[in-house]
Ligand binder design. Structure first.
Ligand code: GFB
Length: 319
C-alpha cells in the first residue's frame, strides 16, 4: 500500500477540529482536552442538528463547515448485554456513521482524521497482550461481533483512503473506558458504571451484598476517559500510520477484583454474589500498548484514583 506524505507533528494551531459525538463520554472528554490546544475552534453537531447515519446530511454538513481535522468519537455503544441484544443497531448505526464521516471528510478536504474503534475488534482468542497485528487473525467474540465488524470496517476504510487517496486518516483502538459522563443504566452499561451504581445503592439501602454478572474470572483493561482523550490528541498530532494504534494501560484485572476495587471506592463493605445466568464474554482482553509507549505516550490515571473521581462526579451530589 502507498502511504500519504505527511509532516509530523500535525500542528493544531488555528485549526477547526470537528468532534463527532461530543455529548458522549469520549466526545465530552475530547472537548475538555482540546480546549488546552491552540485550535481556532472545536466544531460540534448534536443529534438534533445532524444525524450521522444519514449520508446526504453528513456530506452537506461537512462541506458547509469544512473542518481541518475530525475525531470520530460518535457511536452506538453499550455493555455486553446491549451488544448481544441489539446487533442490528450496533452494526448498522456504527457502520453508517463510519462510512459517512470518513467519506465526507475526504470529500471536504479534511487534512487529518482520527477514527476511534475499540479493543473488541481483535479476535476472541488473540495472544495476550493483544498487538495491533492480531487484527483479523481469528474469530471474534460473539457477544460483540456486530460492533466489532462495524469498527473493523471503519479501520479498513481509513486504510483504503490512505492507500488510494493519500489521506492522513488514522485509527486508535481504546480499551474499555470509564469516567464522567458514562452510562449508569444497569441493563445497557459497561461493567464499571454498573458495579458503581450497584455498590452505591447497596450502601444507601444497607443491603448485605451486591451482585456481579458472570463468573468474575474474565480479565479486562480499563482506561480513564481523560487519559483516552489525552492519548487521542497525542495521536492526532504525532502519529500517522495505516495500522490501528492501541490506546490503553497495558494492565488488566479480574472482574471480581474490579468489583472489590469499586466497592472500596464507593465505601460499601458488603459481600459479592454472582449471577451465572449472565455472559462472561471474552475471557481476557488486555492490549499491547508498546506502539504508543515507544512514540512517547502512556496513561497516567491509576484505576483506584480514576474510580474515586468517577464516583465523586456521578454520585456525590446524591449523598
Ligand atoms: O463492560 P462489559 O459489559 O463489556 O463487561 P465487555 C465486562 C465483564 O464484566 C463481563 C462482567 O465479563 C461481564 O459479564 N460484569 C460483571 C458486568 N458485572 C457486570 C454488570 O453489572 N454489568 C456489566 N455490563 N458487566 C464490551 C463490548 O464487552 O466492551 C463492547 O460488548 C465494547 O462491544 C466494550 O467493546 C468496550 O468488555 O465484555
Amino acid at each position: 500500500m502507498s502511504e500519504p506524505t505527511v509532516s509530523l507533528p500535525y500542528d493544531l494551531t488555528g485549526k477547526r477540529v470537528f468532534v463527532t459525538g461530543h455529548r458522549g463520554m469520549v466526545g465530552s472528554a475530547l472537548l475538555r482536552r482540546l480546549e488546552r490546544e491552540p485550535v481556532a475552534g472545536i466544531l460540534t453537531a448534536g443529534r438534533d442538528e445532524l444525524d450521522l447515519t444519514r449520508q446526504a446530511d453528513v456530506e452537506r454538513w461537512m462541506s458547509a463547515n469544512r473542518p481541518h481535522a475530525v475525531i470520530h468519537a460518535a457511536g452506538r455503544v453499550g455493555g455486553i448485554l446491549a451488544n448481544s441484544r441489539y446487533p442490528a443497531d450496533f452494526l448498522y448505526d456504527n457502520l453508517a456513521m463510519a462510512q459517512n464521516v470518513i467519506a465526507s471528510a475526504h470529500a471536504a478536504g479534511v487534512e487529518k482524521l482520527l477514527f476511534l474503534g475499540s479493543s473488541c475488534i481483535y479476535p476472541k482468542m488473540a495472544p495476550q497482550p493483544i498487538a495491533e497485528d492480531a487484527l483479523l487473525s481469528g474469530p471474534l467474540e460473539p457477544t460483540n461481533e456486530a460492533y466489532a465488524i462495524a469498527k473493523i470496517a471503519g479501520v479498513k476504510l481509513c486504510q483504503a483512503y490512505r492507500a488510494q487517496h493519500g489521506a492522513d486518516f488514522v485509527s486508535a483502538m481504546p480499551t474499555n473506558l470509564y469516567g464522567p459522563g458514562d452510562n449508569f443504566d444497569l441493563e445497557s452499561s459497561h461493567v464499571i458504571p454498573a458495579l458503581m451504581r450497584k455498590a452505591h445503592e447497596a450502601k444507601l439501602s444497607g443491603a448485605p451484598s451486591m451482585t456481579l454478572w458472570g463468573s468474575g474470572t474474565p480479565r479486562r483493561e480499563f482506561l480513564h476517559v481523560d487519559d483516552c482523550a489525552d492519548g487521542c490528541v497525542f495521536i492526532l498530532k504525532r502519529m500517522s500510520r495505516a495500522a490501528p494504534i492501541n490506546l490503553g494501560t497495558g494492565e488488566d484485572i479480574t472482574i471480581e477484583a474490579l468489583a472489590r476495587a469499586v466497592m472500596q471506592s464507593v465505601g460499601f463493605d458488603g459481600t459479592l454474589t454472582k449471577d451465572a445466568s449472565k455472559p462472561d464474554g471474552t475471557p481476557r482482553k488486555v492490549m499491547d500498548v508498546s506502539t504508543l509507549a515507544k512514540a512517547g505516550w502512556t496513561a497516567s490515571i491509576p484505576l483506584q484514583q480514576g474510580l474515586k473521581r468517577t464516583y465523586a462526579d456521578a454520585f456525590s451530589r446524591q449523598g
